[in-house]
Design a protein around this ligand. Structure first.
Ligand code: PHE
Length: 462
């Protein structure tokens, strides 16, 4: 039998997994949620959840991967023969996400090139973003991003994914820290003489805002934090199972899980430190929005107001965002590739080649969802959206919570937490948070995941 591909060691694995985890979720969703959900209050709740839920789900996925040496479809079947269906359901998540992730990557690429060519004034105009995505030629950026992703995955686990993550992640970390520090030094004054500084912005970010805190608001914040958390950690979509299957037996999974949690949460918190003070000083915190409009409308305006320094910061910002999106995008394609290779017994290069062609087409279709294939659909959670939002809704709001319900039941009650513990105890016999894990996976997680599922599908509100 051919030797299975693997990461070269712990560092390679942690950087690749952290590369998957750190993505646009950290940069455009986390800071927004902090601003919306009471600043430090959200931060505290989020950190507690990372150490409990995040830890539990991440441990589960990675241990399943390494123990079975397989990706989701085959791995769940190995765990319990009747559970292949859960594997197939899990496989659907990256399959759907892949249709639109390169589209978002393409938007980032576009802004990076706009800054590179020096036209950052144009990017600050009101309708710039809408004009761009509604123009069919915007498709090219998504296609380039998709090709790049395909190329890296084509080169294999160590030669492609690990090599790319080892190059990109350290740069990304340095840039995030650098901009966060710079953000704190910002200041602006208006005609009335009022001065706003980055440090005031930091206070807004970190101080827990308890005003008007009711039980229902507290629950809302907790659910926001929870859904952010597992999107951010790339769990319950088979990605961490696939990456786990490439980890050699001598690597300490306890340490690896902790390091991935730290990098992902660290970058999210630093992203807040770079974005919130900048928006606070130059646009006022009311200008804080989520998703594309934060990244492609509010921030370019803020950078423009900052003048020359804003130009440099903007350029660096879009570079690091492109890096973050790229390492996430390759993890999505890798999860699909690995499952296909196992199910169809095909080899990597051919599999990646075929998948890249399929997803080039999908990327084009989804990108054209704002022009040629424009639709406007009302989603069950009350929002309206185009093709991209439909894919996002099905994968993240519907499938991911559903999969975590079933996978926690499978591990907690059918296979038993001991099955995971054995893998975590290898090779040094220490599974430091074992008791916490047992309680979480059996009693807390399945129950809370049902609530999260009902909430994110909008069923709870009715
Ligand atoms: N974890 C990534 C983020 O925080 C998102 C992601 C989702 C990555 C799905 C891969 C797959 O943005």
């Amino acid at each position: 039998m051919k030797k299975k591909s693997s990461f070269s060691g712990q560092i390679g694995f942690v950087l690749a997994a952290a590369g998957s985890a750190v993505g646009v979720g950290n940069l455009w969703r986390f800071p927004y949620l902090v601003a919306k959900d009471g600043g430090g209050l959200f931060l505290i709740i989020y950190i507690v959840l990372v150490l409990t839920f995040g830890f539990t789900l991440l441990t589960t996925d990675i241990a399943i991967g390494r123990k079975t040496g397989q990706s989701a479809i085959a791995a769940y079947e190995t765990m319990r023969p009747g559970w292949k269906k859960l594997g197939i359901l899990t496989f659907c998540v990256p399959m759907l996400i892949m249709t639109y992730y390169a589209v978002i990557g393409g938007w980032i690429l576009k802004y990076f090139t706009v800054y590179l060519t020096g036209d950052f004034a144009a990017a600050a105009k009101d309708d710039y973003f809408t004009d761009f995505i509604t123009d069919p030629s915007s498709v090219w950026f998504g296609l380039i991003f998709m090709l790049l992703t395909g190329f890296i995955v084509y080169n294999g686990v160590e030669g492609g994914i690990e090599r790319c993550s080892k190059f990109v992640m350290p740069i990304l970390l340095v840039l995030v820290v650098g901009i966060a520090i710079f953000s704190l030094t910002l200041r602006s004054g208006d005609e009335s003489g009022a001065v706003r500084t980055g440090l005031d912005g930091l206070k807004v970010y970190l101080m827990p805002d308890m005003s008007g805190l009711t039980l229902s608001r507290f629950l809302q914040i907790t659910l926001d934090a929870m859904s952010q958390l597992f999107f951010s950690l790339s769990v319950s979509m088979g990605i961490m199972i696939t990456y786990g299957s490439y980890v050699q037996k001598e690597v300490d999974l306890n340490k690896s899980v902790a390091q991935i949690e730290i990098v992902d949460t660290g970058v999210a918190i630093l992203a807040g430190m770079m974005i919130i003070p900048a928006i606070f000083v130059f646009s006022g915190i009311d200008g804080m929005s989520a998703g594309p409009s934060l990244m492609f409308v509010a921030l370019p305006k803020t950078f423009y107001t900052m003048g020359k320094a804003g130009y440099v910061i903007g350029l660096v910002f879009f570079l690091l965002t492109a890096f973050a999106a790229l390492t996430s995008c390759i993890s999505v394609l890798e999860a699909i590739t690995a499952n296909c290779m196992e199910v169809f017994h095909t080899e990597r290069k051919k599999t990646t080649g075929v998948l890249t062609i399929i997803y080039l087409i999908a990327t084009a279709v989804i990108a054209l969802g704002y022009s040629v294939f424009y639709v406007e659909v009302k989603l069950p959670n009350g929002s309206t959206g185009q093709l991209l939002d439909i894919m996002d809704y099905i994968s993240n709001s519907f499938l991911m919570p559903l999969i975590s319900v079933f996978s926690t039941i499978l591990v907690g009650w059918i296979v038993g937490p001991k099955w995971i513990a054995e893998e975590m105890e290898h090779p040094n016999g220490k599974f430091s948070r074992k008791h916490l894990y047992n309680i979480m996976i059996k009693y807390v997680a399945p129950f809370i995941m049902v609530i999260l599922f009902l909430q994110s599908t909008g069923l709870l509100d009715r």
